[in-house]
Write a protein that binds this ligand. Structure first.
Ligand SMILES: C[S@@+](CC[C@H](N)C(=O)[O-])C[C@H]1O[C@@H](n2cnc3c(N)ncnc32)[C@H](O)[C@@H]1O
Length: 465
């Protein structure tokens, strides 16, 4: 036995320019110090100290939590020396933020080992660069506007669409734009007259102000049933495919786009509908969500006209015919691949083909949604997770679950019950009900290869065994 020692970065560094530059200087000092030491190797994403597999310094500073290990009583590889030296250099670069600890002397590390291990696993893959929302965020990694808690949007008329929601400030990808409780929720009721009566009962329960807000919402079906007309125009399903819908004071002002910049999700635990940005949104830009269920532009336009009474002229639908045709072909391919990936028999008997389809789908989604395909990504990675875990491959399943978790957290929030469920699977993939139906790709979670280039890592990930 021996004892654990090292240093933790408390608080962890941000992605701001200042921290990035300080971290780079620190890494340069380490590289210079060990340039002639063949036990210290510069890998594509981190500096590795061969004395211990977890002794790594990542190039992305915001991921780093700890440089530490267990020093055996017989320290033949000079582990203590490495930790002492790197901790000292960190102390010079980061002062007391480099928090030194030594369990042997009764000083415990700041972070839990589970969190440290998760951060170390994330070194293998580079994050997509975040678009800073303000100069302060670019430089310092903090965002004073979001810290002030001001609404990020305002409702105002939008040409040809009635009211709409427009960004007041720059909004970062993944940022929660608005979280709102519905006036009430309702399910589809067979007869329009019964529905109207039901709506009247619900409305009476609201305050006068809420009633006024509800009645001021757009009604695409004016006529004898005004309440149910408002509901039909404005209700968002409480969860994908849910027959229950909710109507909202502000969220119901958000217009449609076939290339939306925001994603709506229902949190069944909190009873709130949330809108997250799926890409960087500039101040003054309209905030949009998708009303459609996919398909080609003709299919979408028909649906939007029938259900919402407008002719879509979003940035996709208004493209030149050749470009629109290409987009339509991608949408068809997305539908075909979705269906093929969801085929349980193929998952069981042709898992390599399924993973290959997932990878192709990833590329098509990236092209079609120009990088704002977060909600699709969460599903796609979850499908790839399922393919791997059915065959007992915990290593790939863990990576896919982590990617699915990150994509879902960014577009539905960390507190969404589905995000939380995937987080559990990310930490322990074998908790999935289909784990090991076959064991032909059997692997352990920590058998993710280390030190591969980004290209090599993706090659390993998507080919299966
Ligand atoms: C849920 S409401 C959205 C807010 C609405 N614009 C308002 O003034 O309250 C849905 C209605 O907004 C309009 N709308 C939504 N998206 C649109 C778009 N892309 N182009 C034109 N009208 C749109 C349609 O009239 C649709 O029935």
């Amino acid at each position: 036995m021996g004892s654990y020692m090292g240093f933790d970065m408390v608080p962890r560094l941000s992605e701001g320019l200042v921290h990035k530059q300080n971290w780079q200087k620190f890494l340069n000092a380490i590289k210079e110090r060990y340039q002639n030491d063949d036990q210290v190797e510069v890998k594509p994403n981190y500096i590795a100290f061969k004395a211990d597999p977890d002794l790594l310094l990542p190039f992305e500073c915001h991921k780093f939590l700890r440089f530490g290990a267990m020093i055996p009583n017989e320290d033949s590889s000079g582990l203590r020396n490495y930790i002492d030296t790197v901790s000292r250099v960190a102390g010079v670069s980061f002062g007391s933020r480099g928090y030194c600890w030594n369990e042997g002397s009764g000083v415990l590390g700041f972070y839990a080992w589970d969190d440290v291990k998760r951060s170390i696993r994330s070194y293998e893959q580079f994050d997509e660069p975040e678009m800073p929302t303000t100069i302060a965020q670019l430089v310092l990694g903090t965002d004073p506007i979001s810290e002030l808690g001001l609404p990020l949007y305002k409702a105002q008329p939008v040409l040809g669409k009635g009211q709409g929601l427009v960004a007041r400030f720059n909004i970062a990808k993944g940022q929660l734009i608005i979280s709102e409780k519905p006036f009430f929720t309702t399910s589809k009721i067979a007869s329009a007259t019964t529905m109207e009566k039901q709506m009247a009962i619900e409305l009476r329960k609201l305050s006068k102000n809420a009633q006024r807000q509800f009645l001021s919402l757009h009604n695409n079906f004016p006529g004898k049933q005004p309440f149910s007309g408002i509901v039909r125009t404005n209700a968002l399903p409480c969860g994908s495919e849910s027959p229950i819908g909710g109507v909202y004071p502000t969220i119901s002002r958000i217009n449609h786009s076939c290339l939306p910049n925001a994603h709506n999700s229902w949190n069944s635990e909190s009873g709130y509908e949330n809108i997250h940005a799926v890409r960087f949104i500039s101040a003054g830009e309209e905030i949009t969500i998708p009303y459609d269920h996919g398909g080609t532009s003709d299919e979408r336009r028909r649906y939007l006209k029938d259900a919402f009474g407008f002719d879509c002229d979003c940035s996709i639908c208004s493209r030149q015919p050749t470009e629109l045709k290409q987009s339509d072909e991608r949408r068809r391919q997305i539908q075909r691949l979705d269906a093929a990936i969801g085929d349980g028999l193929r998952v069981m008997y042709s898992p390599k083909d399924c993973l290959r389809d997932c990878r192709v789908l990833l590329q098509v989604l990236e092209e079609e949604y120009e990088g704002s395909h977060g909600a699709h990504l969460a599903r796609l990675y979850y499908d790839a997770f399922q393919v791997s875990i059915v065959h007992g491959d915990q290593a790939r399943a863990g990576v896919f679950a982590e990617r699915s978790y990150r994509a879902r957290a960014a577009c539905e929030g960390e507190d969404n019950p589905e995000t939380k469920r995937i987080r559990i699977l990310m930490e322990d993939p074998k908790r999935h009900g289909s784990f090991g139906l076959s064991m032909k790709w059997k692997s352990l979670k920590d058998q993710v290869p280390r030190g591969l280039s980004a290209y090599g890592f993706e090659g390993w990930l998507w080919t299966g065994k």
